[in-house]
Write a protein that binds this ligand. Structure first.
Ligand code: ATP
Length: 594
């Protein structure tokens, strides 16, 4: 495919706010894509040249890209930077500059663009910036204005297309299987491989059967299983302690460690590690690599763990704020000495060439006990089976008194449901006043200009939403005006730079129009007094994609009462990891019972 053809699809995708339209455009693109190109096209749609988890970044700075544009279009770099500060989007700058150039359309192929972008990503050592710039100049010289606009955004990591993974799967299902609802048939493979390009390629080359055979592989992260919430140990036993024959079998429980999730993959002498967001974190935790090689004798294995910083002098586990200092790119060895990590291994998902995820939890726990040797870096946490709510309450109290977050209760016969959040795993936490509570992870969808003192800050309230997983959309729950310091209000403009839009972003359903729309990427943790029903917010309203038509009907959604921002979670959560409508609806139901 010629890159200019792909760019016209990017252009259409960028300009729509309707999810159904996104799916149709994607399906049309995939139908016109050769089976040898599909993988590359899917990665490019995600602004990448490899799956999300592969540590291959093109990542070029604004200024370097501006230099490349200046050289390609014989302009001064200062002029390019001035245009950029005026337009706020390098894509528009590239489009304008290339309009003046001779090139209108070319034979430049997607393959060639992909090859050059890969070469840019692999360039290292002396003169990297100059080599990368020249490679980019070479590409810019061959593209028409629309291609220039979309091409330039890739090395900047900002394609502005707003396409979620489920929407790409919908597009593939529609193009290849004839019906977008057949996405369900692709989801297991997606949850087990986390690689949309691989799924697209396998589907086109080998058909649905081949996709369904993909399965778990060492080196490719499995999408994490997550927890539902229940208010107390009694409810946990009512809901989780009976097997399919209604026999009481107890509940499996482990402390809820308050660190960050690390999925550890061992393949012979090679260890790789992934965050809950499926980012490669291998280089960040050298002590966990050593610990894995020392304590896991199996040739291949995948472990699900929670890593926490440990203070060897005081023999204490440190709070999350300390642990999180280990998520860094520089000074790794030095900080590792000050804040060594321990990984609590609470699941084993793969062993010696075989996936364990379809086995019941207790069989996986048996493997975990046998295969992870006891020592001080990886700490096996195979949990206990409890039979009474009082025992669970005791474990909850004990965990909290040790500074842990609470407990996680699991169904003893449940398989590992990659990417799932359901009542197979339930978290119990405790409020300081003795009540259970939890914060809500919201996504910033826009901001409203400030009034009075906040006029100068640029923003005075945030429009926030949560994730409607079933529809792969973001729906509003609140406007937030408290919990931010003056500095944080001022930082909103900086944080949202490159994410702002003058129209409602794709996949966002909202009845409220903020002063500035923000593409759903920034996650914040919010505490509220109560969840209420509201006709103003779209969370929980059932409408499909044609929001403008449908929202004229009167409906009620969920809203947060007295919301305040607790913290920005943008480093460890993607927008799709925000609280879901279904979770909020459950929390609303439980709140009614108190
Ligand atoms: P929160 O916002 O409450 O920290 P979360 O949204 O990050 O939670 P949850 O689904 O609420 O995710 O809780 C699951 C997380 O708890 C897991 O992603 C994991 O990182 C952590 N965790 C800690 N201990 C355990 C355990 N024993 N079993 C499973 N997960 C655990």
């Amino acid at each position: 495919m010629q890159f200019s053809v792909l760019a016209t699809y990017f252009e259409k995708l960028e300009s729509t706010s309707s999810r159904l339209a996104l799916i149709d455009i994607l399906a049309d693109l995939f139908k016109h894509t050769h089976k040898d190109e599909i993988e590359k096209i899917i990665y490019l749609l995600q602004g990448r040249i490899a799956p999300f988890f592969a540590p291959i970044e093109i990542g070029m700075a604004d200024k370097t890209v501006a230099s490349a544009l200046a050289q390609a279009f014989s302009e001064k770099r200062e002029h390019v930077l001035k245009l950029y500060s005026h337009k706020g989007d390098m894509g528009l700058v590239a489009q304008e500059l290339s309009k003046k150039s001779e090139v209108r359309s070319t034979k430049l192929t997607v393959d060639e663009v992909f090859r050059v972008l890969t070469e840019i990503a692999n360039t290292a050592g002396d003169g990297t910036v100059e080599k990368r710039t020249q490679l980019l100049v070479g590409l810019f010289k061959q593209v028409d204005p629309v291609s220039a606009k979309h091409l330039v955004r890739i090395p900047l990591g900002n394609t502005r297309l707003g396409i979620g993974d489920p929407t790409v799967l919908d597009g593939l299902a529609l193009a290849v299987l004839g019906d977008r609802t057949k996405r369900k048939l692709l989801e297991k493979a997606y949850n087990e491989t986390s690689d949309l390009g691989l799924i697209g390629k396998t589907l086109m080359q080998g058909g649905l059967m081949s996709v369904q055979k993909l399965g778990v592989t060492v080196g490719r992260p499995i999408r994490s299983e997550l927890c539902e919430r229940l208010p107390n140990p009694e409810k946990v036993f009512e809901k989780m302690s009976y097997d399919a024959n209604k026999k009481e079998v107890g509940v499996h429980a482990t402390p809820k460690y308050d660190g960050f999730r690390v999925q550890i993959h061992k393949d012979g002498q090679k260890v790789s590690m992934f965050s809950r967001n499926l980012e490669d974190m291998t280089h960040m935790f050298p002590e966990l690599i050593k610990g894995t090689l020392r304590q896991v004798k199996a040739k291949t294995a995948i472990l699900d763990t929670e890593a926490l910083a440990y203070q060897p002098e005081s023999e204490e586990f440190l709070p999350f704020q300390e642990t999180t200092k280990r998520r860094r790119k520089h000074n790794i060895e030095e900080v590792a000495k000050q804040l060594p990590l321990r990984a609590f291994v609470f699941d084993m998902l793969y062993l010696n060439g075989k996936s364990l995820i379809d086995l019941p939890l207790m069989e996986r726990m048996d493997y975990l006990k046998k295969e992870v040797e006891k020592d001080d870096t990886l700490i096996p946490a195979p949990g206990k089976i409890l039979h009474k709510p009082e025992e669970l309450q005791l474990m909850l109290d004990d965990s909290i008194s040790k500074g842990l977050e609470g407990v996680v209760a699991k169904r003893i016969d449940s398989p590992y449901e990659a990417g799932g959040r359901n009542f197979n795993w339930v978290k119990l936490k405790r409020h300081s006043a003795g009540e259970l509570h939890d914060t809500i992870d919201c996504v910033i969808l826009g901001y409203i200009f400030g009034k009075g003192k906040r006029t100068a800050f640029g923003a005075g309230a945030l429009l926030v939403g949560i994730y409607d997983k079933e529809n792969d959309a973001f729906v509003t729950v609140s406007k937030i005006g408290t919990g931010l310091t003056d500095e944080e209000w001022q930082s909103i403009k900086v944080k949202t730079k490159g994410l702002t839009l003058d129209h409602r972003p794709a996949r966002v359903n909202s009845l409220i129009t903020p002063s500035v729309w923000v593409r759903p990427e920034i996650v914040i943790e919010v505490l509220a007094d109560e969840i209420t029903r509201s006709p103003l917010h779209t969370a929980g309203m059932s409408f499909s994609d044609d929001q403008d038509k449908e929202l004229t009907e009167k409906k009620v959604g969920y809203a947060l009462r007295f919301p305040r921002l607790i913290t920005f979670r943008d480093k460890d959560k993607k927008a799709e990891d925000a609280t879901t409508v279904r979770e909020l609806a459950e929390m609303f139901k439980e709140q009614g019972k108190k």
